[in-house]
Ligand binder design. Sequence first.
Ligand SMILES: *Cc1c(COP(=O)(O)O)cnc(C)c1O
Length: 414
Amino acid sequence: MSTTAVTPTGVKLPIYMDNHATTPLDPRVLEAMMPYLTTIFGNAASRNHSFGWEAEQAVDKAREQIAKLIGATSKEIIFTSGATESNNLAIKGVAEMYREKGNHIVTQVTEHKAVLDTCKRLEKYGFQVTYLPVKPDGLVDVEDVRNAITDKTILVSIMYANNEIGTVNPIPEIGKLCHEKGVLFHCDAVQAVGKIPVNVISDNIDLLSLSGHKIYGPKGVGALYVRRRNPRVQLNAQIDGGGHERGMRSGTLNVPGIVGLGAACEIAMHEMESETKRLTELRDYLRKRLEEKLDYVHVNGNMEHHLPGNLNMSFVYVEGESLLMGINEIAVSSGSACTSATLEPSYVLKALGLGDDVAHSSIRFGLGRFNTKEEVDYVADKLIDVVLKLRELSPLYEMVKEGIDLTKIEWAAH
Ligand SMILES: *Cc1c(COP(=O)(O)O)cnc(C)c1O
């Protein structure tokens, strides 16, 4: 980056604190990948020479590393181009394969677009989808899942942890319920894998999506876990060709990417405990510092069932765009989804019942492996400074401080 500056406390600007969007590649992962980007370039499907065998060996090792992290066996891991593809393959693959059995799918409104838009596509082809609401704390109600399942239901797709508000759903209970009802359970676990313990056996998960670039691995590689026993899950392939990955996903394997994903999983497994402790402390410290100096801030999402590195906060009576401009040397996400050209408030925050203005004034802090205490201090100082300044200019804030109930005001029409 050409615009790097360094603060008096040695913090390099800009600060990256958006680790739910993507994570930097861990240097140890890059090191593991390097040979496969250079000298060991074989096609893992080449059975006739050592170039192919070496590549295949590397892929087998990665399969083991990934399987181990989530309590699966290596034969149950299907490599994909990322979690968007994994979600598409899981949901469309099951929908097509089990069409005779039923046409109903259950999911929730706060899923990632890769799940929601896949379900919307299936609706066009005659499937029925129930989009469950979430509670004000962002968690799905297990009883809602139970009540939504009918004799036509073939799949439940509920995410492990939310990418905006960091909430962790009651996955083992949902999985158990699905198994009792004989319905397959898919889980988008992109934000949970490598961050908190995930185990497909004790969590009763049948299909699980994960992604390399959310766990300090490379972009453009992911995996889908597909259960082989109790029950054996079958899928209709979405990409046809040479029959790679047990016929479920054709295409020459991205060997360096897969090696990187495997290495990333192994590192995450070894460091999960210490990293959870460190990130939880940093996160709570950031929250405490902000709450000490600022009133009218609130935290979004259940904080008890929560990812270690996530903090989503609303800074009420501050205009969202001005807030973001004021902290432009800090890379975070706002409660405005800029997926479209217009500035739409985040559908996840709206699902919690937040108004548009509150959603717009919300910030998602995504702390990760390479964030430091010094960075957190810089971010806290900066936010406090900017929010106080903006509130000095805010007539709404002034009125609230004077004890005026804003809900009772009749605003002049214009
Ligand atoms: C990032 C993300 C995805 C998409 O993963 P890609 O590998 O970028 O396609 C899906 N679900 C969740 C929850 C995510 O955070």
